[in-house]
Design a protein around this ligand. Structure first.
Ligand SMILES: [Zn+2]
Length: 211
């Protein structure tokens, strides 16, 4: 009996070690994950089949320098890219405050960005079209969103997302967590063939990388 108890403890311990070791992985969207995203990021009119999406588990270094677990949903075609990018960012100690499913914010992008959350999949059509956006396809990732806002200027009026990111609009200023072309995040994403929203002409989307 003692032997079996020992065996059981050894098995639990080794599986815990394995989980610790294998902290960067992709999985298909199972029923448990689907229940978390249904009607939120995976809206009822979602045209992307679940089989095109992957759940990613990653680790990241928070703003306090401590390791944290992160979760993302992305297109299967970029799952390997993202696992490699997030693993390299983690190993380099690159700080990302939160990587949570946008569903934890009821799929409300503005709420997620105000909380400086980094995320990927959130189904939507591009306004006034039947075209699915890059986030809707799970092909775009937003990083440290509060510090790296989306900025659009129309008729001299500046529109910012999130609306609370006013102090991070001036990109000539130096501040922590700013993504620019010297930033490791920029370097890794572009190395993997992603385009950076900070290089766009009409709008600037400093948090955004898409493939
Ligand atoms: Zn984005």
């Amino acid at each position: 009996m003692k032997f079996f108890a020992f065996l059981f403890i050894a098995m639990v311990f080794s599986s815990a070690c394995y989980a610790q070791y294998n902290n960067f992985y992709a999985a298909e969207i199972d029923d448990v994950i689907f229940a978390r995203i249904k009607g939120k990021s995976y809206k009822d009119d979602c045209t992307v089949p679940l089989s095109d999406l992957r759940y990613l588990h990653v680790m990241h270094i928070g703003f306090d320098g401590e390791p944290y677990e992160g979760e993302l949903i992305c297109n299967a075609s970029i799952a390997a890219d993202l696992l490699d990018i997030f693993q390299k960012l983690y190993e380099a100690g690159y700080q990302i405050e939160k990587i949570r499913l946008v569903d934890e914010y009821n799929a409300d992008d503005e709420a997620s960005m105000r909380d400086n959350n980094s995320s990927c999949f959130n189904f939507r059509f591009i306004s006034h079209t039947t075209k699915v956006s890059k986030h809707g396809l799970g092909l775009a990732v937003d990083i440290n969103t509060l510090y790296n806002p989306y900025i659009k200027t129309v008729d001299g009026k500046t529109h910012i997302e999130p609306a609370t990111a006013g102090e991070y609009v001036d990109r000539t200023k130096d501040f922590p967590h700013k993504i620019d072309e010297n930033d490791l995040c920029y370097k890794l994403f572009t190395l993997h063939g992603f385009e950076w929203g900070g290089n766009w002409k009409s709008v600037k989307d400093y948090q955004h990388f898409e493939k």
